[in-house]
Design a binder for this molecule. Structure first.
Ligand code: GLA
Length: 383
């Protein structure tokens, strides 16, 4: 977490609004394994990281709310009695979304001022949006004494995304960003929304993210489409969610599905069990199996669930051909963003140099590389 980011946001708030704000830090997340399983009430294995949104928030002396996105130098002023989704509203919808969902719950907040900035690369699949939502709901909860639990807060963040941004996301991103712990990944059961903490120490191996720098503009529609397919299959199976299905059950209704739909259902069922196998592998300090599961997950994401893209596939293939990389896969919603790689520390620099070079040669654009630390979830800065 960058101290200068915190100082800049706080200073900007003081300058604009002349008072001392509450300052909230809310992290992005990675996910070791388990994509598109969360909205099927399955398992995921995320962790909060040391890239975050910093939000400074304070009560307003006027009737108006004022939000300022420091990184973009953009302002948005609104009144609490006219909160609605803004067409192409971008970051504004995460803020009004949280406010609107608090109001729907009958919670009373007053006018407030907000300044935020962050160092989570956008469109990289690191959940800058969940981090922003969580920072706003956490800040408002504190400022107006709403007494919401963390579970209630993440539910508000998620609904903001559904109803104001238009993405019918699961709970993984908001959960990981809110509940993250240092050096720890969370095996989250998305049905109970309870998690088990795993202290991650891969010894001579480290986690490396490689951003394809591809941001797909149809992502939201594709994402919602995948969710609809899963819901359709669950309803044909007579279960609430695909979490409740296994391969044998799916086989029974194969004739009612297109081959593409069948593969998508199969992917979710298999991905869910991969998450549990990955946990076992970590418990057994069996990194080889963990790595193999990551490669398998990518294969499923690419050929079955069809959420990859040529750039991500290339990055994973490159990783696979490097003997010191034990596992790699695309991470997050798909169609762009990052791969997550488990790489031997001794050869990390070589790997970075060769993959960066080859990526540029192949696509004529650069990839970006991030080493991240697993970090604490959304919290207030005490000063
Ligand atoms: C996005 C969504 C999450 C999850 C992932 C895919 O990040 O916000 O809820 O579905 O995609 O695993």
């Amino acid at each position: 977490m960058s101290k200068s980011l915190i100082n800049n946001v706080e200073a900007e708030f003081k300058e604009r609004f002349g008072s001392k704000p509450l300052v909230v830090v809310s992290p992005g997340r990675i996910n070791l394994i388990g994509e598109h399983t969360d909205y099927n009430e399955g398992f995921v294995f995320p962790a909060a990281i040391d890239k975050c949104i910093v939000a400074a928030i304070g009560k307003s002396k006027t009737q108006q709310c004022m939000a300022y996105a420091l990184d973009m130098s953009e302002n948005y002023a609104f009144n609490l009695d006219e909160v609605r989704a803004i067409p192409n509203g971008n970051w504004k919808n995460y803020i009004v979304g949280v406010v609107g969902e608090l109001q729907k719950k009958g919670l009373e907040i007053g006018p407030f001022n907000l300044v935020f900035a962050g160092d989570i690369p956008k469109g990289a699949g690191l959940s800058s949006s969940a981090a922003l939502e969580n920072s706003v709901v956490f800040g408002l909860n504190e400022l107006f004494g709403l007494k919401l639990s963390k579970h209630e807060m993440i539910s508000i963040s998620q609904k903001a995304e559904h109803n104001y941004v238009g993405v019918r996301c699961g709970i993984m991103d908001q959960y990981a960003s809110m509940f993250g712990q240092e050096d720890t990944a969370l095996l989250l059961d998305c049905r109970t929304q309870e998690s088990v903490s795993y202290q991650l120490d891969f010894k001579e191996y480290g986690i490396l993210l490689i951003n394809s720098n591809v941001t797909h503009n149809l992502v939201d529609a594709e994402y919602n489409d995948r969710r609809l397919v899963c819901e359709k299959i669950a309803s044909l199976l007579n279960v609430d969610y695909l979490r409740d299905a296994d391969e044998a059950l799916l086989k029974q209704i194969e004739h009612k599905l297109t081959p593409e739909e069948y593969q998508k259902g199969l992917y979710v069922i298999q991905e869910n069990s991969r998450v549990l196998k990955a946990c076992k592998a970590i418990e057994n300090h069996d990194l080889k199996t963990l790595g193999k599961l990551l490669f398998e997950a990518h294969h499923g994401a690419r050929f079955q669930f069809k959420i990859s893209c040529p750039e991500l596939d290339f990055l994973v293939e490159e990783a696979q051909s490097h003997p010191q990389v034990i596992g790699a896969r695309m991470m997050g919603g798909g169609f762009g963003g990052c791969t997550i790689n488990i790489v031997h520390h001794d050869t990390m620099q070589d790997f970075i140099a060769s993959i960066s070079d080859n990526y540029y040669k192949k696509f004529g654009k650069h990839c970006s590389v991030y080493k991240v630390k697993l970090s604490q979830g959304t919290h207030l800065i005490q000063n």
